[in-house]
Design a protein around this ligand. Structure first.
Ligand code: FNR
Length: 382
């Protein structure tokens, strides 16, 4: 893994290992992938302020995010189907994350249930919820997350429908409800991936196994789950969740100051500025471009997280300077798992930590806390 120098290298390693259909599912975005691209390119609006002649012999990346003291201010975003990136992908992620003190947010679209993940890891875990038209199942998922000791419930609000991703259509991966012979033939072309996957048996979304209305097997369950995401989701539902969920309530998927204020007024403890990694509305604003507006709208007492396109330690530092308390990583985690399982995720974390430390040192800063105190003054516009 050490020959992989950057997260871009990790992406290439994942591309080599995964069947094209699975790689494209992870890498792709909606529409013309304008937002997907902007999530990366808009970091170039900023330059970092260089400061010299100060002691920067050591760097401290620790930070408090959602009430947890963390060794570094980044976390694993909820990503569906991690169990298709690597055998027992969610468990492998949990193992690597636990060793690094990194919280993992388990997606509703996961092979492992939250109880299984908790049995595997005593590290910090969170759960991502889609509010379903079936409120009983929704409530059961919330209660399972609570029973598993999750610190935060992320309610994803930008997925009233799952937008079309053209790569999935071309690959025959959109809306499929069972494995087809053509899929199996294509999977056979990547034995390094398919043989270990075969050994783990027929994948399913374990949390949904007790509910026959979702069908059998991961593909059928995912198709049904997608159709049952409640399009009428409103602030009243957030208030319902606020009553039911005792931990931190995080609203994921806001892209304006006004919506962030709405979430705060409905009882949320934090928002994630996110466009779902460019997988939903396209063209929408990049996450980093909206972050300052959201921070200004909610004020300093309310926590703002952000995700979308973070691939360098410097990207994370830009978001922290702009007022984010933490950053979520989606695809980099999936690529790490695909490229090397738990060791791949550990390498992703190591690369980002090393980049953050070197960058802070060259900015003349000793810690993330110092960077946050300096705020936007640590940046210049390009
Ligand atoms: C996601 N994302 C996501 N979000 C969510 O709330 N629930 C989910 O089930 C998923 N599933 C999912 C699958 C895949 C393959 C990807 C790439 C993303 C979105 C995710 O949490 C996050 O917002 C983005 O991935 C962040 O962008 P980057 O880091 O991937 O650029």
């Amino acid at each position: 893994m050490t020959a992989l120098a950057t997260l871009a290298d990790m992406q290439q390693a994942a591309r080599r290992r995964l069947p094209k259909m699975i790689f494209d599912y992870v890498a792709g975005g909606a529409g013309d992938e304008t937002t997907l691209a902007a999530n990366r390119t808009d970091f170039a609006r900023y330059r970092l302020e260089q400061r010299v002649l100060v002691d920067c012999s050591a760097q401290d990346l620790s930070a408090t995010v959602l009430g947890r003291a963390l060794p570094q201010p980044f976390m694993a975003a909820p990503v569906g189907f991690l169990g298709l990136c690597a055998p027992r992908g969610e468990q492998q992620l949990a193992a690597a994350a636990r060793a690094a003190g990194m919280p993992v947010c388990l997606s509703s679209f996961s092979m492992a249930s939250i109880a299984e993940l908790r049995a595997h890891s005593d590290g910090p875990l969170d759960f991502q919820l889609y509010v379903l038209t079936d409120r009983e199942v929704t409530a059961a998922l919330v209660d399972a997350a609570n029973a598993a000791g999750c610190g935060a419930l992320y309610v994803t609000v930008d997925t009233a429908l799952t937008n079309v991703r053209d790569r999935d259509v071309r690959n025959g991966f959109r809306g499929v409800s069972r494995m087809t012979p053509s899929m199996l033939a294509r999977f056979a072309l990547k034995p390094g991936w398919s043989l270990p996957m075969l050994a783990t048996g027929m994948p399913s979304i374990r949390a949904l196994d007790p509910y026959p209305q979702f069908g059998r097997g991961a593909l059928a369950q995912a198709a049904n789950l997608g159709q049952r995401i409640d399009r009428t989701l409103s602030v009243a539902d957030l208030a319902w969740l606020r009553k039911r969920w005792p931990g931190r309530l995080v609203v994921k998927g806001v892209l304006s100051g006004a919506d962030a204020v709405k979430a705060r007024e409905a009882g949320a403890d934090a928002v994630v500025v996110s466009n779902h990694g460019g997988r939903q509305l396209d063209p929408a604003a990049s996450a980093i471009s909206v972050l300052p507006e959201v921070v200004a709208a909610v004020g300093p007492a309310f926590e703002v997280l952000v995700d979308g396109g973070f691939r360098r330690g410097s990207d994370i530092l830009i978001a922290l300077a702009l007022g984010a308390s933490g950053v979520l990583l989606g695809r980099p985690i999936a690529y790490g798992l695909a490229a090397g399982g738990a060791a791949g995720v550990a390498r992703v974390i190591e690369i980002l930590r090393a980049e953050m430390m070197a960058t802070l040192a060259l900015m003349g800063l000793a810690s993330v806390a110092e960077l946050k105190a300096r705020g936007p003054a640590a940046l210049r516009l390009a």
